[in-house]
Design a protein around this ligand. Structure first.
Ligand code: FES
Length: 69
């Protein structure tokens, strides 16, 4: 999964946490741009972005990575 994220307006700090075998957590992001170039607005303070490529809700993690181990 390839994604780009933008920070909240006026605050460029976005905290990224990579979860082993799981998603990428973004704190403070305003949007995520998916592999297809579509922009997804972030409505929550923390969101989980899929890194395994198997989510049915891409770019968001839907927990499918837990079934892949
Ligand atoms: S990382 Fe959770 S579904 Fe892909």
């Amino acid at each position: 999964m390839t994604a780009a994220a933008g920070g909240r307006r006026g605050d460029s700090d976005v905290e990224v946490t990579l979860c082993p075998g799981g998603p990428m957590l973004l704190r403070g992001a305003s949007h995520v741009v998916g592999e297809d170039g579509a922009r997804h607005e972030v409505q929550r303070s923390v969101v989980a972005v899929c890194r395994c490529g198997s989510s049915a809700r891409a770019p968001w993690c839907d927990g499918t990575h837990k079934l892949l181990a």
